[in-house]
Design a protein around this ligand. Structure first.
Ligand SMILES: [Zn+2]
Length: 206
């Protein structure tokens, strides 16, 4: 989930990032859409759209956000590890690998907890929307912690560093279905639930 589209009106200053990160500019008389850091860009005809985005779950930042449907999809496979279910864009569209770890921390469960065991799942969905909305205009400065804390993120990228809540070293392990493993972070003290089956590390990242 890298990259971002920013919409500007004529005369408005472009604030989405430095010019060298711009990958595409689409303009009409009233609006200009600027694509920053896009890894992939495909142009498709309007009548083919459903075949591309029709499988996506409710968009956390979309105008037709549907919390109930997102919750239903997220919990559809109760044995699935929460971190994998959060990243699956067919459940909720918009959560990337950073927010996956951060949202599990906020929910105080490990990313390996089966979704069926998640307490108050509706609160996690609400937190996902709140966090993404709070960060939508600052894609380069992601933050899930309170502004009073020195680090912007609770656990992501903080392997071996003290948990901001309890001081225990943050751990890191890969999570995924084998075809795509993603670095995943959690606090073994603040977050309850299973730990990964494979190797985990609390070595401090260089
Ligand atoms: Zn902790």
């Amino acid at each position: 989930m890298d990259g971002a589209w920013k919409i500007y009106t004529p005369g408005e200053r472009w604030r989405g990032g430095p010019a060298h990160e711009i990958r595409a500019i689409l303009a009409t008389a009233g609006h200009t859409a600027v694509g920053y850091r896009l890894p992939v860009l495909e142009l498709i005809r309007t009548h083919d759209e459903a075949g591309v985005v029709g499988h996506l779950g409710p968009d956390l930042l979309g105008p037709d956000w549907d919390a109930g449907e997102a919750l239903r999809r997220l919990l559809a496979d109760p044995a699935r590890p929460l971190g994998e279910a959060l990243l699956d864009q067919r459940n909720l569209a918009g959560i990337g690998n950073i927010y996956k770890s951060e949202l599990c921390f906020l929910a105080r469960v490990t990313p390996w907890l089966p979704t069926g065991a998640l307490p108050a799942p509706e609160r996690l969905v609400a937190a996902a929307k709140r966090v993404l909305e709070a960060n939508r205009d600052n894609p380069g400065r992601r933050r899930t912690t309170l502004p009073a804390l020195t680090a912007p993120l609770y656990v992501y990228g903080r392997s071996g560093r003290p948990c901001l809540r309890c001081g225990t070293p943050v751990r890191q392990a890969d999570q995924g279905d084998g075809s795509r493993l993603r670095p995943t972070y959690w606090c073994p003290r603040c977050q309850s639930g299973p730990a990964p089956a494979g190797p985990a590390s609390d070595r401090r990242a260089p």
